[in-house]
Design a protein around this ligand. Structure first.
Ligand SMILES: Cc1ncc(COP(=O)(O)O)c(C=O)c1O
Length: 455
């Protein structure tokens, strides 16, 4: 390899995130050079259909000029200002107002950060702040779910339930606990209905709260549809039963809408799809169609009142980020929301979703596919060694990665999460492009199956 080639310099200088670094030193990876609608092109000119919208985020695809124009205009007008020390700027005010108007349940205030991780990190701090303010400082334990994903800061990865992201980082922090994973297909008992499984999941949460002591449990964090866990949709009645437990023990509920927010599930919010009533909502990704790093934490009145009380007591709300509410990111997010409304993106998702979900479900007849489920434009496909007995592959076989690689050879980017293949294409995907995506996926599955038979 030429030492000056992009690949050689990449290997020489860059640390890739969520990557096997030792293998990367030998093999390198793919460098993207251009975007065009739902497609991206690498620096060798190879084009791929991006069925993950990058990291579940490029909702308007990879070439929306209006967002570039919005950024440029704001860069010329006011390229930077902050919201510290009683100062601010109009784009952040406009965006906060819009988010409060759009919120799925009444929310009082918006606090901006640069990433989903920071939004959840902030929410964890506010759970502690709130309970200190109301005189219950011992109510500080935080519950997430096995295989939940809420980010990679020290606290947000602690509430996530991703073993490989805490291993040898001396995490999770003390005081973080995880309740069961609601993957009905994988973890239901033979003959157990979805409703019975959901009852068992809610019971497991209640048992955990009782074991830890309800007076010590401050909050529960969850994604309406679990993304990083493998695009896992909740079983029937799950959310009503989980929320009843949270209400019973006065546990705050933080809905992580970082993936689900802004149309992904066929409604503006996952909270609307599943009738969730959270105390706080974190969102990011599709908030700016991923063209700028920005996240928002929507804060309900109960928590906001506590923030006011603490601020009166301490003289300051002692929290903030230099780039939180960055005006360029706010301007891009405002334009993103305008495009969603003008193009009826939520309606579009509802219209194309049946082609997406039915097309994937039809692949359950493929010898590798045990189950394919989703909602709106998010879905997970579970690969199985033996479908009849629901026996998974040996993880050492890395069958998920094999399918992911075979799809890449077809020109399709999907994501293997263990042996689940996740799909979250840009929300602008057309029915014809869904057909193309399914065709490439089928070919990728066939190629993986052939490789396994030959092995
Ligand atoms: C549900 C969820 N929450 C939080 C995050 C973290 O967001 P970020 O990577 O912007 O910090 C992610 C990232 O994928 C996510 O899927």
């Amino acid at each position: 390899m030429n030492a000056n080639s992009p690949h050689a310099r990449d290997i020489a200088y860059l640390v890739h995130q969520q990557t096997d670094l030792a293998t990367y030193q030998q093999e390198g990876g793919v460098l993207m050079a251009k975007g065009d609608g739902v497609y991206v092109t690498d620096e060798h000119g190879r084009r791929y259909l991006e069925a993950m919208a990058g990291l579940w985020c490029a909702s308007l695809g990879f070439s929306e000029k209006r967002l570039a124009d919005a950024a440029y205009k704001q860069l010329l007008e006011l390229p930077y200002y902050h919201t510290f020390f009683a100062k601010g700027h109009l784009p952040s005010v406009d965006l906060a107002e819009q988010l409060i108007r759009l919120a799925p349940v009444p929310m009082s205030k918006v606090l901006f950060q640069c990433s989903g991780s920071e939004a959840n990190d902030t929410a964890i701090k506010l759970v502690w702040y709130y309970h200190n303010a109301i005189g219950k400082p011992e109510k500080r334990k935080i519950i997430g779910r096995v295989r939940g994903y809420h980010g990679n800061t020290v606290a947000s990865v602690s509430v996530s339930g991703q073993p490989h992201m805490v291993a040898d980082f001396n995490l999770p922090l003390p005081g973080f606990f995880h309740t069961e994973n609601p993957n009905y297909y994988r973890f239901s008992e033979p003959g157990e209905s979805e409703a019975d499984f959901a009852t068992r999941m809610a019971q497991a949460l209640e048992d955990l709260i009782l074991r830890e002591g309800p007076e010590t449990v401050g909050a529960f964090f969850a994604e309406p549809v679990q993304g990083g866990g493998g695009a896992i949709t909740p079983p029937e009645t799950y959310w009503e039963k989980i929320q009843a437990v949270l209400r019973k023990y006065d546990v705050l509920f933080v809905a992580d809408e970082v993936i689900c927010g802004f149309g992904r599930t066929g409604h503006m919010w996952g909270c609307q799809t599943y009738n969730l009533k959270p105390d706080m909502i974190s969102c990011a990704k599709a908030l700016s169609a991923a063209y700028q790093p920005i996240s928002a934490l929507l804060i309900g009145e109960k928590v906001h009142q506590a923030m006011l009380d603490e601020s009166r007591k301490l003289g300051i709300f002692g929290h903030g980020y230099t780039y939180g509410a960055h005006p360029v990111a706010c301007a891009v997010a405002l334009e993103t929301l305008a495009i969603y409304a003008e193009r009826d993106i939520v309606g579009h998702v509802q219209r194309v979703s049946p082609a997406f979900l039915n097309g994937l479900a039809a692949l359950e007849s493929h010898p590798l596919v045990g189950n394919a489920r989703g909602v709106g434009l998010i879905a997970g496909v579970e690969l199985m060694a033996d479908k009849a007995s629901r026996t998974p592959f040996d993880p050492k076989q890395k069958v998920g990665v094999l399918v992911q690689d075979k799809c890449l050879e077809q020109g399709l980017i999907v994501r293997a999460i263990g042996d689940r293949i996740a799909f979250t294409p840009p929300l602008i995907i057309t029915e014809a492009q869904i057909g193309e995506m399914l065709g490439m996926f089928h070919a990728g599955l066939d190629a993986a199956w052939a490789a396994l038979q030959g092995a």
